[in-house]
Ligand binder design. Structure first.
Ligand code: G1P
Length: 182
């Protein structure tokens, strides 16, 4: 992920930017703004890098970047620790990073100098940990729901739930589901 983000530097230039991981499908609360819209609004107010987070089950900490920090008002938490995919025994908390980030451009310098981390990959999480030594970074507890489409179960949940809400196919899909003997 770190290398992928660095590849975008020529397009982004010296500006803050958003990272959207497509395998995390995020929806805002009923009728409310989407998660990235919530984050960009928060960024406009305080101008610091933001990572979307949600509480995850302890046994899932090894799937995510995990953060620890201090409450900073409303949905914000100032991060003082971030670790990529820790085992439950060493995880600093259960706050897992979801695939939405708003980052300041200094992250590119940190990624450029970032050795490989967990899994032999250049991790964005490790570069964020280094960025934290220069700039405050905040976790943002979004209002909404995340579907982890990197897992088969999450992908299926997203497909069914969003199909049911879909303006064109929602009602016929609901009728179809009712015909299944579950
Ligand atoms: C990436 C990040 C991880 C983050 C996750 C969110 O992991 O490295 O910190 O929690 O996305 O989905 P990946 O899913 O690419 O293994």
């Amino acid at each position: 992920l770190g290398h992928a983000v660095l590849c975008a530097e020529p397009l982004v230039g010296d500006e803050p930017f958003a990272v959207i991981l497509a395998d995390d499908l995020m929806t805002g609360d009923n009728g409310g703004p989407g998660v990235m819209a919530q984050m960009t609004a928060a960024f406009q107010k305080q101008g610091r890098s933001l990572l979307a987070v949600q509480e995850v089950p302890l046994e899932h900490t090894k799937r995510y970047g995990i953060v620890k920090g201090e409450p900073a008002g409303g949905p914000l938490m100032r991060i003082d620790e971030i670790v990529e995919k820790p085992a439950p025994e060493v995880a600093p908390s259960r706050m897992g990073v979801a695939g939405r980030y708003v980052l300041t451009p200094r992250i590119f310098d940190e990624i450029r100098n970032q050795p490989k981390g967990v899994g032999g990959e250049i991790q964005l999480t490790d570069a964020i940990e280094r960025l934290m030594q220069h700039e405050a970074i905040y976790a943002f507890q979004y209002a909404g729901k995340r579907y982890d489409c990197g897992s088969k179960e999450g992908f299926l949940q997203a497909t069914v739930e969003l199909a049911l809400q879909h303006a064109d196919v929602g009602s016929s899909f609901r009728e179809y589901l009712k015909t299944l003997s579950l």
